[in-house]
Design a binder for this molecule. Structure first.
Ligand code: MG
Length: 267
């Protein structure tokens, strides 16, 4: 059973309907898509290969991390650089379908959640049509329909030019991911929320999950980890969903409390 979430008094204006809440579950998994469920960030990949390049993109990420730029404005500029180079939305979709792969443990993790009645919801600052296209290619169209995507969107003009539409245009996050978690707190018996993320787009959610899993990969940017260390936000580091499953399974089985899970520090 689910009901529409209602925005709290502090919630930013939403340009899209609030996503349904899972009101009768003990556990809910909310996860970032890019670089978390996928091995590489699709928007970084587009910006690096089709837009203004990795160096400028990385500088932008660091400005966001330092709080000197908003995610919303910097991310829009990254995507605009892809459009300015003449790449249509359909072309980007095809490029991503060819180049984006899943975290090696995600399917096992997802199957565990499915078998244990735990909804898995993608909470992304990317654009829903691109995520849906890549997810369908990776796990099949039918299975993909079982995974909700709460993300930003895109408008595509007849001439192929496109731009991102933000879920929360008045928020510096563009998509304030805390709004995917906070409505659960108002439920009579709120579920335990596991949140998974890796980057600057997850900073808005980091403080609000019951158990925050932060992906850390060798050679990757690991911005969410840097943010959580700086801000003193408790979290569990994980390298892939197979490792994270070990911890999630113990919490679901009642062998670990939320506090004990966080105290592990690493999956
Ligand atoms: Mg990410």
């Amino acid at each position: 059973m689910s009901k529409a979430a209602e925005p709290g008094p502090e919630a930013p204006l939403s340009s899209m309907p609030y996503p349904p809440l899972h009101t009768d579950k003990k556990f809910v998994v909310l996860s970032d898509w890019d670089g978390t469920i996928t091995n590489r960030d699709s928007n970084d990949f587009m910006t690096d290969t089709l837009g203004y390049g990795a160096e400028k993109r990385r500088q932008g990420n660091l400005e966001i991390l330092a709080g000197r730029e908003t995610f919303r404005d910097e991310f829009r500029r990254m995507l605009q650089s892809v459009v300015a180079n003449g790449h249509t939305f359909e072309e980007c979709k095809e490029v991503l379908k060819q180049n984006i792969s899943l975290d090696s443990g995600f399917e096992e993790f997802y199957n565990f959640c499915k078998a244990n009645d735990i909804p898995v919801v993608i909470i992304s600052s990317g654009m829903a049509p691109l995520i849906r296209a890549v997810l369908s290619k990776l796990i099949g169209e039918e299975e993909s329909k079982n995974i909700e995507i709460v993300a930003n969107d895109a408008v595509v003009q007849p001439d192929g030019k496109w731009e991102i539409t933000y879920r929360h245009p008045s928020s510096g996050f563009g998509h304030d991911k805390s709004q995917a978690i906070l409505p659960y707190r108002a439920l009579p018996s709120p579920p335990t929320i596991f949140f998974f993320g890796d980057g600057v787009s997850d900073m808005s959610a980091a403080r609000h999950a019951d158990v925050l899993f932060v992906k850390k990969k060798p050679g990757a940017d690991n911005d969410l980890h840097a943010y959580c260390v700086r801000e003193g936000i408790p979290h569990v580091l994980f390298e892939d969903f197979g490792r994270a499953l070990g911890v999630v399974r113990q919490v679901v089985d009642g062998r670990l409390s939320v506090q004990e899970a966080l105290a592990l520090g690493t999956a």
